[in-house]
Design a protein around this ligand. Sequence first.
Ligand code: 48H
Length: 267
Amino acid sequence: MDEVVISRAIVESYMKDFMGALEVDVAVAGAGPAGLVTAYSLAKEGIKVMVLERQLRIGGGMSGGGMMFNRIVVQEEGKRILDEFEVSVEEYKKGYYVADSLETISTICARAIKAGAKIFNLINVEDVMVREDDLPAAQLWQAGRITGLVLNWSAVSWSKLHVDPLTVRCKVAVDATGHDAEVCRIVVEKIGPKLRTKTGEVMGEKSMWAERGEREILENTREVYPGLVVAGMTANAVFGSPRMGAIFGGMLLSGKKAARVAMELLK
Ligand code: 48H
């Protein structure tokens, strides 16, 4: 075996995918359950989608299940999605199904990649690109549109090295960064309180209430700024809805809805 051939294979194969992903239909920030289901649902419709994940591992909060017991609970509608992914699910009680969090997240990730989604880990989304070609520059900040994400290696961000970022262009961006709603916070910080929430800002998630949190997440999964869709926990954080604990049906359903919203926007 030749070490340099191994190195060339890795660099060339990665670069081919990365170059191909510099201009996509949809760029998703965050490879938690919501971001991965969004990516899978888009890729299987033939839409060009990339996912950027800051951590070494994919899966966000799903692997940890509830308080490190690596199990998740889903309700009837969530179970239907797990059935679609052929994840094993056990009925615990009527309307409550339990699944292995590791099987769930690894299956969803594998299916997303097989469907054609390009997932890049260890890359941090640190800013957005915003444009409005038809508007005078002075109005851009009132009526801009997200046209891409700004990236850097997580190692660069974490070590605070002064290294300038690169960018990907997308027609639609999805903020699936979980509780922190990082892309939305960047929009507010850099563009102003222009989100389609009551205050224009990230309203912040509310205390645990599983029933409401799971119900409201679907309503909250929508375009929150031109060209920017929110999915998963970010949707509830942005619109001020409750958290829901280790029930994950809402994340899966939200991922599906985010993909539908993105497809509408792509038309
Ligand atoms: C690149 C980033 C960045 C960035 C963050 O937290 P997640 O699992 O998010 P969801 O919405 O798919 O699922 C939420 C669920 O895990 C959860 O926390 C629940 C149900 N909580 C309920 C409760 O009561 O607590 O995944 C988000 C992913 C993570 O992997 C982050 O590392 C990643 O996004 N991420 N990636 N650039 N700027 N910020």
